[in-house]
Design a protein around this ligand. Sequence first.
Ligand code: PLP
Length: 184
Amino acid sequence: MPGTELFGEEERKEVMDVLHTGVLFRYNHDDLRQGHWKAREFEAELARFNGVKYAHTCTSGSTAVAIAMACCGIGAGDEVIVPPFTYIATVEGALLGGALPVFAEIDETLCLSPEGIRAAITPKTKAVVLVHMCGSMARLDEILEICREFKLLLIEDTAQALGATYKGKAVGSFAPMGCFLLIF
Ligand SMILES: Cc1ncc(COP(=O)(O)O)c(C=O)c1O
């Protein structure tokens, strides 16, 4: 939110390093970039931080959710279970691909509840988008179990929970794909 971001000299220097090269692309232009590969270095660091194999940057949290849906092959005719307490991007991600978002109940974790997910499953359900709302952690063990039982894809919208862990493991690393929101 404007006014609440924390950045200082270190962050300004990182940005200026890139601006001085004149290269805003993440690929190529090796001769101009003065050794700066910020996106690549950041992705490696983020993957290490979250204990996952890969991290890939994109333009926004909304794009990350839409890309994750597309990568999972979610589209027309599919239903995607989403929480009603979230940011609109979670729902838009499903709509953009032509899928139908289906709202399910949340619980005291502020995230989708296992009971809510079970009640919302139909033969058309293809995926669950779990949002770790306000840095809170969903009841992941039970939700993973449901996804296994019904062969549902799980996408973690972790835009609000970078650094949060569940039983010592980073949220966003339980599903094949976690989507983070990081503002530069
Ligand atoms: C849960 C959640 N998902 C996705 C997004 C979308 O991120 P962006 O604003 O970068 O598109 C947000 C943004 O606040 C969010 O809170």
